[in-house]
Design a protein around this ligand. Structure first.
Ligand SMILES: C[S@@+](CC[C@H](N)C(=O)[O-])C[C@H]1O[C@@H](n2cnc3c(N)ncnc32)[C@H](O)[C@@H]1O
Length: 491
């Protein structure tokens, strides 16, 4: 075991509690398969929770762990010290001297070993591609592309993609480490099935081999992993068979697992809808709404971490009013009073939707002084897209601003963490159009009132919240995100 100086060492260091590793092993009969001769591997083993769970099950059943059994268990992990910790635990807790030849300290994505197994189990690292270190991103880009995980090649090439590294690890290990018809059982982020960024995962092809997802259990109450905001599930993958819908899908309710079925929204690589007993898989075509190409549903304005500079509780008198806009807040939905509770500064040309030039800003002494005071903070904002604006010298830019931000009408709804869907029309406050706030709200821009009314009334269709619920976003950050609504309206 050599110490591996990989870029990935800090990624996804959330270990599975042994109790839950044991639960997954039992749920899918992995222990019995091992005893009966299957070869098993945890491809991102951490400190070996899954292997230790096998040992614990053996002990509770009075089965001796002979060397032959150990010879059919392999642990791969990029961080050699984790494997050493596993060796210590195996010795201390189970008096097992685990064979070093079956502990492989390597990066399973870039350097997969030449071994094949009947069953893979574990919990791959979870992290958005965007959040990886720049140097590791550079190395992984190629692999994301070759595994077909790139919904938007440009974004990956720019280093920003919401694709999870878990998707890449799974595709690599399923495709490269399993025998024909082998099985993989993993805890994974739910977004692999419910997220738009994982369309590339849902081609159900791993390193050129087909795979099926044949059972998913979604945790809605139990905290398998403490202090994790991501929604997660466990899923069983089967190699070399075509993927078929509906997928058997269980959801926790009051301590029981209730069986549902999952189907794709429409195309086979679409995110899944989870249907309850009695739900029909047919789509209601009356939901369709005609939108012109410039009426893409949009997220709100994103300050990239500079809310303190761009947003205000009270309209600041010291800045030119033409660049200050009322910002939608939850009070609008609560009180329905249409009184601004926040304001946002957009140093933009409302006709072009582009940032003002510095020459133009210089004509407004107060604005120039205000922005200049915040320059250090604004120019230091992180993130690939804002960095590219800053690199061009336009450090007063925001994201999510374009001509659509200044359309006179917005059909707007709360998009984040909600369970209901209440779109309505916002126009302007003393000549300044309302703005949506980042991912909190989403909107469709409209250039005349009649069109806004047409779209707003179409969005009252009760089938829309019903579909949103099936799309698994209830109470989650992606509840009614623009991409989802766009897809629903074009069904
Ligand atoms: C979420 S932890 C899970 C560990 C273990 N399977 C468990 O359930 O406790 C993921 C592990 O993958 C390791 N890891 C991350 N990237 C890796 C890679 N490219 N190759 C191998 N291991 C990797 C991390 O160091 C971490 O220990």
């Amino acid at each position: 075991m050599s110490v591996n100086n990989s870029h990935s060492v800090e990624i996804g260091q959330i270990f599975t509690p042994i109790k839950w590793a044991e639960w997954l092993i039992e749920r899918w009969g992995i222990f019995d398969a091992w005893i009966e001769g299957a070869s098993i591997c945890d491809p991102t083993a951490g400190q070996g929770a899954f292997a230790l769970a096998l040992f614990r099950l053996a002990r509770s059943r009075g089965i001796r762990i002979a060397p032959e059994l150990l010879s059919r268990l392999t642990l791969i992990e990029v961080r050699a010290s984790h494997l050493q910790a596993f060796q210590r635990k195996a010795r201390q807790k189970f008096e097992i001297d685990f064979p070093p030849s079956q502990l492989l300290a390597l990066d399973v994505i870039t350097n997969p070993p030449n071994t094949n197994h009947d069953i893979l189990f574990g919990n791959p690292p979870w992290a958005n591609f965007t959040d990886l270190s720049d140097s590791y991103k550079e190395i992984l880009k190629l692999h994301f592309v070759s595994e077909g995980l790139v919904p938007d090649k440009k974004q990956v090439l720019l280093g920003s993609s919401r694709t999870d590294i878990a998707a890449l690890v799974l595709k690599v290990v399923l495709g490269k480490l399993l025998h024909e018809n082998g099985i993989g059982c993993f805890f994974v982020p739910l977004s692999l099935f419910s997220g738009d960024a994982h369309r590339g995962f849902r081609d159900y092809i791993a390193s050129g081999r087909r795979f099926a997802v044949d059972e998913v259990l979604e945790f809605t109450a139990t905290k398998v992993f403490e202090s994790i905001g991501t929604s997660y599930c466990c899923a069983r993958f089967r190699m070399d068979v075509p993927h078929k819908f509906p997928v058997k899908y269980f959801r926790e309710r009051s301590g029981n697992w209730i069986e549902h079925r999952a189907v794709p929204l429409k195309a086979s690589d679409d995110q899944w809808r989870v249907l309850q007993r009695g739900d029909t898989a047919d789509l209601d075509s009356s939901i369709k709404v005609e939108l012109s190409p410039d009426q893409k549903p949009r997220q709100g304005v994103n300050t990239c971490g500079a809310n303190a500079i761009f947003m205000f509780e009270d309209k600041p008198k010291y800045l030119p009013g033409e660049f200050l806009f009322p910002l939608a807040t939850k009070e609008i939905w609560k009180n329905g009073d249409m009184v601004p509770h926040k304001w946002i500064l957009l140093p933009y040309n409302r006709n072009t939707g582009r940032p003002l030039s510095w020459d133009c800003i210089e004509q407004y002494a107060d604005l120039k002084q205000y922005l200049t005071e915040g320059r250090g903070k604004l120019a230091g904002r992180r993130g690939t897209l804002i960095q590219s604006a800053i690199a061009k010298g336009v450090w007063w830019s925001l994201l999510g601003v374009g001509p659509y931000s200044f359309a006179p009408y917005k059909v707007i709804w709360e998009a984040y963490g909600k369970r209901d869907f209440h779109p309505f029309i916002l126009s302007s406050e003393k000549g300044q159009v309302w703005q949506a706030n980042q991912a909190m709200q989403a909107f469709i821009p409209c250039w005349n009132e009649a069109d806004a009314e047409r779209i707003c009334s179409a969005l009252q269709h009760p089938g829309i919240p019903a579909l949103l619920r099936q799309l698994n976003g209830e109470g989650k950050c992606n509840w009614a995100q623009p991409g989802k609504i766009r897809k629903i309206l074009s069904l």
